[in-house]
Design a protein around this ligand. Structure first.
Ligand code: CMC
Length: 423
């Protein structure tokens, strides 16, 4: 069977055969037959915006791979910094490469004093930490003027290391400011997750050593959140990057996209929803209200790509048990389990193929570990930075065109200007 399709323009009878390549057909080929006719695809539901080798999602099978490695295997055996290296370089590091990488990330965790003292401390006392992060990441571009040299390999590598290293520092600084606690400087003797937890929670002790199970759980969550092919924030990164803006400005745009409740803000919304439901007895009535369209959406359920159980949600559910063994069970867990049980046996959800996604259980872990709700999207942004940068780099190496879609104009026909007195 030919790996191609043939389309016919019924206005002219002209035909065109287009090859199917890597599961796609090139729009530029269609356009030869259809000049001036655009493909209408709001939300890019049927559009592949690029070729990519960073991660792979099979939504029907519930599969996620980074550079060919199964997410479950990486979560079991790897750590976030190694995964970040894999995403950015395409291969797992050798021991020497890993040591060099970890050293470089560790020694770029400090932020310029002006970022903290003059910039972050200028926010209102109750500023949302995600809003602070979006702005702080954008502000970094003004501190590293060499970041504009995006085609200089040394500069590019420097900015990548800086961004991955400084995200936890900015995130913790935003939190400390919002609770009125003094800033904690990075501790270069700690690993990536341990250092972040130290900057979050350290009070007066000379060195903060996080509980190793909790630090490992956070590192697993970082692995699971590191990349997810062309999601909304990665698309924002690529779109802004396609104009050749510096990587800090691109990352700020990606953070802003992640902020929304339909994307990285969903984990925060899950906890708010579970808190509103209040107890297991109220779950059936809540499910009914969602089905009637009155209770909003079931937060943490459904996904544009997964039409099966999100493999990350399965791993997070296991990690939750290990965390709760130390922190005590999050009282909202029983409500979440009941919601999942009812939803997975309800025709409304099964017929629409709505399953728990990555955000359904992650918030329960973050909450049990003591993170305030406002920090949840920030916790997502820290590891996703590696994925954003991997896609940004890939896009630049592909010498891709500036992102500039067309539109179907539905506004008024040409009309003469009417002076204000005659309107
Ligand atoms: N609860 C109830 N109904 C839902 C839900 C939900 N969570 N999600 C989708 N539906 C229904 C929707 O009403 C529609 O029904 P109908 O065909 O009768 O109109 C159908 O399912 C298809 O929904 P859609 O909005 O066309 O699907 P989408 O692919 O555009 O949206 C989504 C995907 C993730 C935005 C959506 O499922 C949603 O809003 N979920 C809740 C928020 C959430 O958990 N987001 C996190 C996503 S995963 C992590 C991340 O990306 O950051």
């Amino acid at each position: 069977m030919a790996e191609s399709i043939t389309i016919t323009d019924n206005r002219t009878g002209n035909q065109l055969e287009i090859p199917i390549r890597n599961g796609g057909v090139e729009a530029s080929e269609w356009s030869k037959l259809l000049p001036g006719i655009w493909f209408y695809d709001p939300g890019f539901v049927s559009t592949a915006a690029c070729e990519s080798s960073v991660s792979f999602v099979d939504g029907d099978a519930g599969v996620l791979r980074y550079r060919g490695y199964e997410i479950a295997e990486l979560a079991e055996h790897s750590n976030y910094l190694e995964v970040a290296y894999l995403l950015l370089h395409g291969e797992l590091p050798t021991a020497a490469e890993y040591d060099g990488w970890r050293h470089e990330i560790t020694y770029h965790t400090y932020i310029h004093e002006n970022v903290r003292k003059r910039f972050l401390e200028g926010f209102h006392y109750d500023a949302h930490p995600m809003g602070m992060l979006v702005s702080a990441v954008a502000a970094l571009s003004t501190f590293y003027l060499d970041a504009k040299e995006i085609f200089d390999p040394d500069s590019r590598r420097r900015q990548i290391i800086r961004l991955i290293a400084k995200m936890p520092t900015l995130a913790a600084a935003a939190h400390r400011f919002s609770v009125g606690m003094p800033f904690v400087y990075p501790d270069n003797s700690l690993d990536f997750a341990g250092n972040f937890l130290s900057m979050m929670w350290k009070v007066a002790e000379p060195r903060f050593d996080a509980n190793p199970t909790l630090a490992r759980a956070l590192d697993i969550l970082f692995i699971l959140h590191a990349d997810h092919e062309q999601n909304c924030s990665t698309t924002a990164m690529r779109v802004v990057g396609s104009s050749h803006a510096d990587p800090y400005s691109c990352c700020a745009a990606a953070c802003a996209a992640l902020y929304g409740p339909r994307h990285g803000g969903a984990n925060e919304m899950v906890i708010r929803m579970l808190t509103d439901i209040g107890s297991i007895e109220n779950v059936p009535a809540f499910i009914d209200s969602v089905k009637q369209g009155e209770g909003g959406r079931l937060q943490g359920f459904g996904h544009r790509v997964y039409k099966n159980y999100d493999p990350r949600a399965r791993i997070i559910k296991q990690t939750a048990d290990e965390v709760f063994a130390i922190t005590g069970k999050n009282p909202l867990l029983d409500i979440a389990l009941k919601l999942e049980e009812i939803a997975l046996s309800d025709e409304y959800f099964t017929s629409r193929r709505l399953y728990p996604n990555v955000d359904f259980y992650s918030g329960l872990i973050y909450q049990a570990m003591g993170f305030p709700l406002e920090m949840f999207p920030v916790l997502f942004a820290i590891p996703r930075t590696a994925g954003w940068l991997a896609h940004w780099q890939e896009m630049l190496d592909q010498d891709s065109k500036i992102a500039r879609p067309r539109q179907l104009y539905i506004g008024p026909e040409p009309r003469p200007y009417v002076p204000i007195a005659q309107r």
